[in-house]
Design a protein around this ligand. Structure first.
Ligand code: MG
Length: 367
């Protein structure tokens, strides 16, 4: 049985909007988030097998063009009806986070019925993945230094710092001086620099930064290729990479030497795997990108990161970096790594009372 057959055998699909306070507000070049808003997709098959997926669209369209509200409408009116009819999700254009969420819920149910883990189905080969944390823009270089020190002490071997014009080299330098050379540092600009900012970004070259993520706006693929010639620091593309085909073109153009993979940005785990494979064939490492996931999305993220070409540590942090109470058992860092779930499907148990406590709206869709 495949995913389409699983969809055609569902009893119902629930869309649950959850609102969870973040332990620490998260600031990027484009956004400020203090509360995690997500849409959880819960499917139940005719045999009573459940599947969960998380839609990583945010409350505001500052990273993806989708929001929690647009995703809910597209899921309710377009994606879920197709799933229930056994039709392909590829009939719907764009709306990648909504598609990724329902694909994940179907995969979870399908693999639970089949007794296989998501990591195994994806071709994952690692039992654990390195922990990495992304730190938002801080009030000062010293505040950033202190936060980085606490994560280094918890065993995180990779720290990614959000940067923006005016919040860049000084903070990175302070963190490098604090954590030394044993911690891998990456930076992420979320497209906030301009093509003529090359000299500013070249100041990062002396700080041993593993890669600079998305320095220029998403559509500037050619400008990234020109910038790559000016910088010693490798460029990683995130927002620019919307599919495996785009990833292959960006690599051919010399625009990046690392690719960030997020199921929500590319329409699901199947496309994420295609990007992983295309990059592997081109000799380009991939990095797992995070979206402040709850335990449901985190289980999918960790499974994805267990594939062999994820050789650069990604945004794979423990649950307590985000939430006091999570909707699954928490993911924890042990010896600098997170364990990849081995149980069927996502391999995590969803805590219904916690989900209920954070749910602010729900709707059920039946065949
Ligand atoms: Mg990014």
């Amino acid at each position: 049985m495949g995913l389409a057959e699983t969809g055609a055998r569902l009893q119902h699909v629930d869309l649950l909007r959850v609102r969870m306070p973040l332990v620490t507000p998260f600031r990027t070049a484009k956004s400020w988030t203090s509360t995690k808003e997500a849409l959880l997709v819960h499917v139940v098959t005719a045999d009573g097998i459940e599947g969960w997926g998380e839609c990583s669209a945010q409350a505001e369209p500052t990273y993806l063009a989708e929001t929690v509200d647009t995703a809910r409408i597209v899921l309710r009116d377009h994606l879920v009806p197709r799933v229930l009819a056994g039709r392909s999700l590829d009939e719907v254009r764009g709306n990648t986070a909504a598609r990724a969420a329902v694909e994940c819920a179907l995969l979870d149910a399908f693999l639970r019925a089949d007794g296989r883990s998501l990591a195994a189905w994806l071709g994952g080969t690692s039992a654990t993945v390195p922990a990495g944390v992304a730190l938002g823009i801080a009030e000062s270089p010293d505040a950033l230094r202190q936060r980085a020190a606490s994560y280094a002490a918890q065993g995180y071997g990779r720290i990614k710092l959000k940067i923006a014009p005016g919040h860049d080299v000084d903070g990175v330098r302070a963190v490098r001086a604090e954590v030394g050379d044993d911690v891998a540092l990456q930076v992420d600009a979320n497209g906030s620099y301009a093509p003529d900012d090359a000299a500013k970004l070249a100041a990062l070259d002396d700080l041993g930064v593993q890669c600079i993520e998305q320095p220029l706006p998403a559509d500037e693929v050619r400008a990234h290729a020109l910038l790559a010639r000016e910088l010693a620091t490798p460029i990683c593309l995130d927002e620019s990479i919307t599919s495996a085909a785009v990833a292959a073109d960006a690599i051919d153009a010399g625009a990046c030497s690392v690719v960030s993979v997020k199921a929500a940005r590319v329409g699901g785990l199947q496309e994420a795997r295609r990007i992983h494979d295309r990059c592997r064939d081109a000799g380009v490492p991939v990095v797992a990108g995070g979206m402040l996931e709850t335990g449901i999305g985190r289980a999918a993220l960790v499974a994805m990161a267990s594939m062999p070409n994820f050789t650069i540590p990604g945004d794979v942090a423990a649950s307590d970096h985000y939430f006091v109470d999570d909707v699954t058992e928490p993911f924890v860092v042990e010896d600098g790594r997170l364990r990849v779930p081995t149980g069927p499907g996502l391999g995590v148990v969803v805590r219904d009372p916690v989900v209920a406590r954070f749910t602010v709206a729900r709707e059920r869709i039946r065949p």
